[in-house]
Ligand binder design. Structure first.
Ligand SMILES: *Cc1c(COP(=O)(O)O)cnc(C)c1O
Length: 372
């Protein structure tokens, strides 16, 4: 008999989601628009500490609209972390702009502020103009070095979009990620720390940008009794039923974070004696939601052995994100770096980290890794 599958990160309902969904059904707000969307946006804004929020159909849609709202278009360059998921950078191509990938530093695994500055100066030398925006990612929940990055961005007057898709609830000195940049984005995909079964958000203190994002996400309908359009719009709004699920999930977000941080701590303790495995710790002031616990092996072959061993026990684990500058679809795209992301990809592994992961299963996973 095959053992029941253990997932990397699976949806975890708290119990109140159905109450909000029932409310939506009882009032017949099944059509995409409805009152739960506004409530979800307000609670989310209060949680992250950003005054204006647009709830959207995905995190990728939120990044796309961020680029549109900032006026990024054909002929522009946009800097993005190379070490990330494709959803971070594909929207750069949607708007016809050119991605420029920047490598990670080793303390948070996120964009290296020094390389960022080198890339900006080099692009100016090469093209005569500065990149239009920078997309910063807080990978696996670990906040990037935002203070240094914002210093660089300010020096050259470049917009910052913060991809906090994996990092809802993470913070630096108590300030939540998603509130540092000009625009923050979140994802509520099924594998993220909370889910609406699919969804995302666009956050900003700039009310006009958020209004613009809402306008564009509902097909850019001008005010008229008939359908009138003077701009190209999108169908990117979160549905009311999804927002109702989100209201229930927000109630247990902090519990999910505690549980995921406990997972990390338990993995650290149970693998403490293993000198072939190391962990990513929080730099001072950084608080990670520990969306996924990630480990680095001393050698690439050992990572692969561990992954296959877990797979044979029906346990899902995964190498770290394959850097974007190494993806076939981005072959030949500009890259500034020193191979840090590639090294992390070669030696790193994401471990099952769900807020519903059983402690016994976690110990079994540690044991398997320890014995490869
Ligand atoms: C999940 C994710 C996205 C995209 O979010 P979707 O809601 O799946 O579109 C973007 N960036 C990162 C880093 C992600 O992990």
């Amino acid at each position: 008999m095959t053992k029941p599958k253990i997932w990397l990160s699976s949806p975890h309902m708290g119990g109140e989601e159905l109450k909000f969904v029932q409310e939506a059904f009882d009032t017949n707000w099944i059509a995409p628009a409805g009152p739960h969307i506004g409530r979800f946006e307000e609670e989310l804004g209060n949680y992250v500490g950003v005054s204006h929020v647009a709830a959207l159909s995905s995190g990728t849609a939120a990044i796309h609209l961020a680029l549109v709202v900032l006026g990024v278009s054909r002929g522009d360059e946009v800097i993005c972390s190379s070490f990330t998921f494709a959803g971070s950078c594909n929207p750069i191509v949607y708007v016809g702009a050119k991605p420029v990938f920047v490598d990670s530093e080793r303390e948070t695994w996120n964009m290296d502020p020094q390389l960022l500055e080198e890339a900006i100066r080099d692009r100016k030398r090469e093209t005569g103009k500065y990149p239009k925006a920078i997309i910063i990612v807080h990978l696996y929940g670990m906040p990037a070095k935002m203070n240094a990055i914002l210093d660089v961005a300010k020096r050259y007057d470049i917009y910052v979009i913060e991809d906090a898709a994996e990092a809802l609830g993470s913070s630096i000195d108590g300030k939540k990620v998603g509130s540092f940049g000009d625009i923050g984005i979140l994802s509520f995909n099924g594998n993220k720390i909370i889910t609406t079964s699919g969804g995302g958000a666009f956050l900003s203190t700039n009310r006009q940008w958020v209004d613009q994002a809402k306008f564009l996400s509902t097909q850019a309908r001008d005010t008229a009794p008939y359908y009138e359009h003077s701009q190209i719009g999108y169908n990117y709004r979160l549905s009311n039923v999804s927002a109702a699920i989100g209201l229930g999930q927000l109630k247990i977000l902090d519990e999910h974070i505690s549980k995921r941080r406990e997972n990390f701590q338990r993995y650290v303790e149970s693998l403490a004696k293993n000198s072939e495995v190391s962990f990513l710790y929080e730099p001072s002031g950084h608080f990670s939601n520990r969306w996924l616990t990630t480990i680095l092996f001393d050698e690439a072959f050992r990572r692969e052995k561990a992954r296959l061993r877990l797979e044979s026990e029906n346990i899902e684990s995964r190498p770290l994100w394959k850097p974007m500058h190494l993806q076939p679809v981005y072959a030949g795209v500009l890259y500034y770096g020193k191979g840090v992301a590639q090294d992390l990809f070669d030696r790193g592994l994401c471990l099952p980290s769900g807020s519903n992961l059983l402690v016994d299963d976690l110990h079994r996973i540690s044991e398997l890794i320890h014995n490869v």
